[in-house]
Write a protein that binds this ligand. Structure first.
Ligand code: PEP
Ligand code: MG
Length: 617
């Protein structure tokens, strides 16, 4: 990593020792572990000041032309951006801009702006601003989380338009200065914004909005970039160029850190980097405990960009292939061919392992712009996931066909999220059978059937685990949702972040129950929630009986090292004692005690993934 030397020499730091440490420390949610320090790049996405202006009748046509030209300039800039992202990150990610182009060209909206120019004699920017504001107010007043997600795209488009109409440039955020790394600070990191970052220049991410499950958090975590979200007041407190120290584990950020804080951070970074290099040397080693117990480490993949790292870090397969990115923020649903091609691509990357394709888990925190979902007061208790798929065969059937087609050549299996009822499985099986016959009739190469499993991520699924085990081929436990639904704690609520504890007594009893049921039924059962990425908790899970953990790619190597150091007998003992404890703190303390004789706890504390860059090609 290039940052520290140049940072010290080329940036004058405004270290003001008179400020109290508290005044300089902001707190949020640590969504991606790691420590970074670099100058801030504040993305101030405020709208330009538009001076209200009326025009004469003679000027009408000129203003209308100006409006149309602005639209074309904005569309051009979006298309250029789309191409750039496509080159760097692939076609799928770049599609995020399709929705924005669509919005920029929205004929109905532009007609209302033109109407204001012609009939109210307003300048193009005054008319546009007026209508844009009206639209944002209408959307933000809606309780629909889906519309709220689209507001970020809408705002991005309107911002570009107003900048162009007021004589500025369309907004671009490439971080392209050679050799420079920055910490991006934004109000909200929308998918459209994050996808633009040149990740080699990104030291860390900070945002006022957002939680562990937001797109940017998932991305930062999977790329090993430290990130803190939910930092209230960050934009007004931080100026571009000010040095920040970000700790993505504790969720803190220090403005103008003191020399001693920087020294300590530098030591941490060096230690983590050294560890990262040591771990790379162990890539080929099997994940076997000192007493001979084998654990399979698989990868959770959210985006195509992660495939590479998962392969290089020795994932034995894909325990969770999320497919929502094929839909969210897009204007069109993905075709069967596109999906089959993507599934084949992933399967080809793991010739010796199985790839677990999860059907669309839409709704809740993942909203497809391309899909007409209703407004809901409680989206996480609403029309989401398998419910949406079963109600919408037009969405579900092509995905099932794509999976059958990919299963013809690759080792893939299918997994249903958020099941609460047995008939969700039986109905899906019937649909698979129908689609298989249809494919055969049409002479399309496809597997006759596919291995089918369910995510155990609702208390209902835990309670019915024995019945589910009779009708599926495997389980995978989704601890993120299981924690949310068990503890009645919204996984996306910043205020409840400290209460979102996946290792409390209510959770681990369920985890033990599920693995026991699976073992009795003789079906495989893995874990794919974030909990498995936490080193200490991974030991607990192994002790509870889980033999396959599926985690974000940057977590793979550290977990392997840990599981190679802790004897299985110790993990089992730790799990038994954890089951007897009454609260989560005691459970953690007891785990630490068991693990401490075998592991350098500093390596896992701060825990979480190691710096991505040290491990990237
Ligand atoms: C989970 O709920 O634990 C899970 C892995 O799925 P997601 O985070 O995508 O809801
Ligand atoms: Mg889930």
């Amino acid at each position: 990593m290039r940052r520290p030397p140049w940072l010290l020499s080329r940036h004058s730091w405004r270290v003001d020792l008179a400020k109290t440490e508290d005044a300089r420390t902001l707190r949020g949610i640590g969504v991606s572990a790691g420590v970074a320090y670099a100058p801030a790049l504040v993305l101030d996405l405020r709208f330009p000041d538009v001076v209200d202006r009326t025009i004469s009748v003679d000027e009408i046509e000129g203003e209308v032309v100006r409006l149309r030209e602005a639209v074309e300039r904005v569309v051009d800039s979006l298309v250029t951006l789309q191409r750039r992202v496509e080159e760097r990150a692939g076609e799928e990610e770049s599609r995020i801009f399709e929705a924005q182009v669509f919005m920029a060209r929205d004929p109905e909206f532009l007609a209302t702006v033109e109407h204001l120019i012609r009939h109210n004699l307003l300048s193009a920017e005054t008319a546009y601003e007026f209508k844009a504001l009206e639209m944002r107010v209408a959307w933000s007043g809606s309780s629909s989380a889906r519309l709220r997600e689209r507001i970020t795209d809408l705002t991005a488009v309107q911002l570009r338009m107003l900048r162009v109409l007021t004589g500025g440039e369309a907004v671009e955020f490439p971080i392209t200065a050679p050799d420079e790394q920055v910490i991006v600070v934004a109000h909200e990191l929308s998918p459209g914004l994050t996808v633009q970052f040149d990740r080699d220049h990104l030291a860390a991410l900070v945002s006022e909005e957002g939680t562990r499950t937001s797109h940017a958090a998932i991305l930062a975590h999977s790329l090993g970039i430290p990130a803190v979200m939910g930092v209230t007041g960050a934009i007004s407190r931080i100026k571009t160029g000010t040095v920040l120290l970000v700790d993505g584990q504790s969720g803190t950020l220090v403005i103008d850190p003191t020399p001693s804080q920087l020294r300590e951070a530098s030591t941490q970074v060096t230690r983590r980097r050294k560890l990262a290099f040591e771990l790379e040397a162990e890539i080929e080693e099997p994940c076997v405990s000192p007493d001979g117990h084998l654990v399979r480490l698989e990868a959770n993949l959210d985006l195509p960009e992660e495939i590479d790292m998962a392969v290089r870090h020795g994932a034995t397969g894909v325990g969770l292939l999320r497919t929502e990115f094929l839909v969210t923020g897009r204007t069109h649903l993905p075709s069967e061919e596109d999906q089959a091609a993507y599934f084949r691509r992933v399967a080809t990357a793991f010739p010796n392992g199985v790839v677990t394709i999860r059907t669309f888990d839409l709704g809740g925190d993942k909203f497809p712009a391309a899909f007409d979902a209703p407004d809901e007061a409680n989206p996480f208790l609403g029309w989401r996931s398998i419910r949406v798929c079963l109600d919408h065969p037009d969405l579900f059937r092509p995905q099932l066909r794509a999976v059958l087609r990919a299963a013809d050549a690759g080792n893939v299996r299918l997994m249903l999220p958020l099941v609460t009822r047995i008939d969700e499985v039986t109905t899906t099986r019937a649909l698979i059978a129908e689609e298989s016959e249809a494919l055969a009739r049409a002479g399309i190469r496809a597997a006759e059937s596919v291995t089918l499993g369910v995510m155990i991520e609702t208390p209902a699924a835990v309670i019915l685990a024995d019945r589910f085990a009779e009708c599926v081929d495997f389980f995978s436990v989704g601890t993120n949702d299981l924690t949310q639904y068990t503890l009645a704690v919204d996984r996306g609520n910043v205020q409840l972040a400290a209460r979102f504890i996946p290792h409390g007594p209510a959770m681990i009893r369920q985890l033990r129950h599920v693995i026991s049921v699976a073992n009795q039924a003789g079906i495989p059962c893995s874990i794919c929630g974030e909990m498995a990425s936490e080193p200490l908790l991974a030991v607990l899970l192994v002790g509870l009986g889980y033999e396959t953990l599926s985690v974000a790619p940057p977590s793979l190597l550290l977990l392997k090292r840990l599981l190679r150091q802790v004897p299985y007998a110790v993990a089992m003992q730790a799990a038994e004692e954890a089951l007897a404890e009454d609260n989560a703190d005691q459970i953690l303390a007891s785990l630490r005690e068991h693990v401490a004789p075998f592991v350098d706890l500093r390596q896992i504390d701060p825990r979480g993934p190691l710096p991505g860059r040290g491990l990237r090609a």
